[in-house]
Design a protein around this ligand. Structure first.
Ligand code: HEC
Length: 241
């Protein structure tokens, strides 16, 4: 290992121990770790979303019961971990705990429905946005965001992210390590990605069968074509003049 590599590895280790959270600024978008999108992550994300986001945000296009058929969650777990205790209906879409009128009163505008937000903004934007809040005493909520200046949403993930100033200085560390913080945000983003395309897992499961059928039919078609042309090839006299 070269000297430079050694120092590089050491720097990363020290940074990890000191609890440095990698933060986006307006020029860079962070990417969730590769392989972050799978069923266990989406299930973890659904539970985190229910706890930390669905006070304000709806995901109205996603019915609770789909979490059972798409992700294999049990009805009991959905009722306990994902449905809000405000009379939510298992067969209906995910509605926020807060009414639109209340939200408008507190934030000046209703928090958007996040059903299709990943399609609109992209995975990388939302992953970065949730990690780009900084402390700004001039804002009514006390929070601002590098990627969404003057955002009306407060940093609801503060217990995990801690409080960070605009220049990246950590004013109060989060209660979890930066690695855990990033992981949880990636899980929430995985859930939102699934919510904007709920048939994704069924599609991935059916895909190989559909391709297999296409290959099988191609073989049959080829064999049929050979069979039809066999006579012509074998008997040149049968060819049309
Ligand atoms: C206390 C209420 C509240 C909670 C809780 C909340 N949000 Fe928001 N969120 C808002 C409001 C209000 C806006 C609209 C911001 C604006 O337009 O200035 C918003 C906007 C957004 C946007 C759109 C940003 C854009 O660029 O248009 C995303 C994505 C989002 N929230 C994700 C989340 C996620 C994920 C969580 C849970 C970790 C969450 N929010 C929790 C109030 C909330």
């Amino acid at each position: 290992m070269s000297m430079i590599k050694k120092w590089g590895v050491l720097a990363v280790l020290v940074a990890g121990m000191a609890g440095v959270t990698v933060r986006a600024n307006a020029d860079t978008l962070l990417s969730p770790p590769s392989g972050y999108f799978n069923k266990p992550a989406v299930i973890a994300g659904a539970k985190l979303f229910a706890k930390h986001c669905s006070t304000c945000h709806a995901v109205s296009s996603l019915r609770y019961e789909r979490l059972a058929s798409d992700l294999g969650m049990s009805k009991a777990s959905i009722e306990k971990d994902v449905m809000l205790p405000n009379g939510a209906n298992y067969r209906m879409g995910m509605e926020p705990a807060m009414t639109q009128a209340e939200a408008k009163k507190w934030f000046g505008l209703p928090p958007p429905d996040l059903s299709h937000m990943v399609r609109a903004l992209g995975v990388r934007f939302i992953y970065s946005y949730l990690q780009s809040f900084y402390w700004d005493p001039n804002r009514p909520s006390g929070w601002n965001n590098h990627l969404f200046p003057k955002v009306a949403m407060p940093n609801v993930l503060q217990p995990w992210s801690g409080i960070v100033a605009k220049n990246g200085q950590v004013m109060q560390p989060g209660r979890v390590t930066p690695a855990v913080f990033h992981q949880r945000v990636a899980d929430i983003v995985a859930f939102l990605r699934y919510a904007s395309d709920p048939s994704v897992f069924i599609r991935h499961k059916l895909g190989p069968y559909v391709l297999g059928l296409l290959v099988a039919f191609s073989l049959i078609a080829y064999w049929l074509k050979k069979e039809y042309w066999k006579d012509v090839h074998d008997n040149p006299s049968k060819r049309k003049k």
